[in-house]
Design a protein around this ligand. Structure first.
Ligand code: PGA
Length: 248
């Protein structure tokens, strides 16, 4: 982590949580000084109201590429804004896999988020077989380039990126700090080829089995600017410890 970039720790609750957890999380996080890190919570949509007048940043876990219309079950960017969100996760590997979100759809969703004033947290990352074949860097470049082609590289100044190797999500198999740093450095260098200023400023989070015990070492890598936390974000104490690990 470099001091020029303020770290961000984001909790992705996925399809978990209830109002009791909302209250516990608020209480735990407000009991400690976490002013050195931006803290983002992405609960299920129905729990957003529980964070009303909150001290945290809120995010959606997905949005529609459309702003309105006959799209049953979808949520639009401006609706997330009205619900108090500043961010939205886009292209999480679970949505790419379970909801068949292609690179093209993900790029449209990033564009929709920006159009509505949300900061997209764009997730990229390779499945295990791609890692085993040592093809992960070109795979990640392709995921990024689909979005660059749609919105242009300068628009990445309004994005947060998250590197989440699919084989590390929810598996307890964290990427080593060196493995994370290799990819984060690659992503920054890839963007720097066309926009050095954007590449220097953009936050690149690591996600995949981040826990209180491994967060500090991951976050100490020069190109790791915080984390996107799944399972451990459901424990207020663990999530707080991970936020505290972002202190430089
Ligand atoms: P995990 O999930 O921390 O449970 O591995 C991370 C994520 O999916 O964002």
């Amino acid at each position: 982590m470099q001091t020029v970039r303020k770290p961000l720790v984001a909790g992705n609750w996925k399809l978990n949580g209830d109002l009791t957890l909302v209250n516990q999380m608020r209480e735990t996080l407000s009991s400690a000084d976490v002013s050195f890190v931006d803290v983002l919570v992405c609960p299920p949509l129905t729990l957003l109201h529980g964070f009303e007048s909150n001290e945290l940043r809120l995010g959606g876990q997905n949005l529609s590429e459309f702003d309105s219309g006959a799209h049953t079950g979808e949520i639009a960017g401006k609706m997330l804004i009205e619900a108090g969100c500043s961010h939205v996760i886009v292209g999480h590997s679970e949505r790419r896999a379970d909801n068949y979100e292609s690179n093209i759809i993900v790029a449209s969703k990033v564009e929709a988020a920006l159009r509505n004033g949300l900061t997209p947290v764009l997730c990229v990352g390779e499945p295990e077989e791609i890692r085993e074949k040592n093809e992960f860097l070109p795979y990640i470049a392709e995921q990024l380039d689909a979005v660059v082609d749609k919105i242009g590289v300068q628009a990445f100044s309004d994005l947060v990126l998250a590197y989440e190797p699919v084989w590390a999500i929810g598996t307890g198999k964290t990427a080593s700090p060196a493995q994370a740093q290799e990819v984060h450095k690659f992503i920054r260098a890839h963007l720097a080829k066309s926009a050095q200023d954007v590449a220097e400023k953009i936050l690149i989070l690591y996600g995949g089995s981040v826990k209180p015990g491994n967060a500090a070492e991951l976050f100490s890598q020069p190109d790791v600017d915080g984390g996107l936390i799944g399972g451990a974000s459901l424990s207020p104490q663990d999530f707080l410890s991970i936020c505290q690990a972002a202190k430089q």
